[in-house]
Design a protein around this ligand. Structure first.
Ligand code: HEC
Ligand code: HEC
Length: 366
């Protein structure tokens, strides 16, 4: 139990080692893109033909969909073995799910493990009885009048204005931040370095050493002191690249040319405008803007896996103004298998940050 808790914390902090441990050496780095799952792993039948670096995201999706840990299906340390019945059932379920989508949804991945399992190993097939004296079908909410709905441009313009305006934003070209990261009940110091147009590095100072998550302007890498750094997978790198966008507010339309409005949604009682973005080479995103302040309060990005999309939600809070520019001093990143919160105590604009901070160190580990 303690082991599992520790592992969740590691995932939550996005540390590299835990994931790297499951990946064969060939699945790391650039050359990995070419390998298929069956070439990189020992006992693959359902995921044949998918890229090797998609196996782990697919497994995370399965575990989250059923609400279990890896060892529900796997013999620890010997993932290729089929000793556990659940693994064989899971394989049959993958085939069944693919068949449902092929036969009923034109091949679109509409039904996933989560559609039935909803976080449980035993899908429910009987509707629940009412457990309170509330009406069974609350009156449908009246749709928001279309005329009042702001356009994509209005939402973005409001956001930029709420941050301090384009001119003030462009005057800042780098930022250093210090604070704490809270994950799984542990609190550790963290430093975050960002630089225009899109470089970012965060360094967590854990008792066991430092861990790095960085995007050098072109690609992402991760590392722990004492271990060789590893390149992020293409999907991880795309997500890290999004986080690294220094002028995100000014660049959203360029980054997501198809940006369109979504249904308004409430977060903590405040109605938020939502925008949906999708573009090649970027994760699909859903952005939530506070209807009152205009500020970005949530981003959900989706990483594709062969079995379904893994969501990452980032909530931004504690916006404070420095040099005429507002930035969130707190953000919480949550995934199905873990979450962490970063609280910044001190932020400095335009402090010099050398490019070396973002570059992946040579592979012999330090
Ligand atoms: C519900 C069952 C289930 C869970 C939970 C699960 N897996 Fe799997 N896993 C499978 C199945 C089934 C396969 C084989 C897929 C195939 O045949 O293509 C597999 C294959 C693998 C492989 C390839 C092994 C090899 O060499 O052939 C790895 C690695 C793996 N899983 C890792 C994980 C990790 C890590 C987790 C936890 C995050 C996890 N799995 C959770 C069912 C599961
Ligand atoms: C169409 C609905 C549906 C979908 C989609 C679905 N399942 Fe299932 N699954 C079930 C049902 C029903 C059971 C039987 C549960 C029971 O015995 O109570 C089950 C059982 C299982 C079990 C056995 C659980 C145990 O306790 O041993 C595993 C493992 C499993 N599913 C994995 C998956 C995986 C992985 C996916 C996605 C690739 C998936 N399922 C998709 C309906 C579904």
């Amino acid at each position: 139990m303690h082991r599992e808790t520790t592992r969740r914390t590691i995932f939550a902090a996005a540390a590299a080692a835990a994931i790297a441990a499951f990946m064969p050496p060939v699945a790391r780095g650039q050359a990995a893109e070419a390998k298929t799952a069956e070439q990189a792993f020992k006992n693959i039948s359902e995921l044949k033909g998918t890229p090797a670096d998609q196996v782990f995201p697919a497994m995370q999706f399965v575990a989250a969909s059923l609400g279990v840990e890896c060892n529900f299906c796997h013999v620890q340390g010997k993932m290729e073995l089929d000793d556990k019945p659940a693994k064989k059932t899971a394989r049959a379920m993958m085939a069944m799910t693919a068949a449902i989508n092929k036969n009923s949804f034109g091949g679109r991945p509409q039904v996933t493990c989560y559609s039935c399992h909803r976080g449980s190993t035993h899908p429910v097939n009987i509707p629940p009885v009412l457990d309170a004296d509330a009406p069974a079908h609350p009156a449908e909410r009246a749709a928001a009048p279309a005329a009042a709905a702001p356009t994509v441009d209005q939402i973005l313009d409001r956001y930029v204005a709420a941050l301090g305006g384009a001119e003030a934003l462009r005057k800042v070209t780098s930022r250093t931040q210090k604070g704490t990261i809270v994950a799984g009940g542990n609190e550790m110091p963290i430093e975050v370095f960002t630089k225009a147009p899109n470089k970012r590095a965060s360094i967590t100072h854990a008792p066991s050493g430092e861990s790095f998550t960085a995007f050098d302007g072109a690609a992402g890498w991760m590392g722990n002191s004492g271990l060789p750094p590893r390149d992020m997978s293409a999907a991880e790198s795309e997500a890290a690249g999004l986080d690294a966008e220094f002028y995100l507010a000014l660049r959203l339309k360029e980054m997501f040319p198809q940006l369109r409005r979504g249904r308004p949604e409430e977060i903590a009682g405040v109605e938020c405008q939502t925008l949906l973005g999708a573009a090649p080479g970027r994760p699909s995103v859903r952005l939530y803007f506070d209807g009152k302040s205009g500020l970005l309060v949530r981003t959900v990005r989706y990483a594709e896996s062969p079995l379904g999309r893994n969501p990452t939600q980032i909530d931004y809070a504690d916006y404070r103004e420095i040099d005429g520019v507002k930035l969130p001093f707190r953000w919480t990143l949550a995934r199905p298998n873990g979450r962490f919160t970063i609280q910044i105590a001190e932020a400095k604009n335009n402090a010099p940050v050398e490019d070396a901070k973002f570059a992946k160190p040579a592979a012999e580990g330090k």
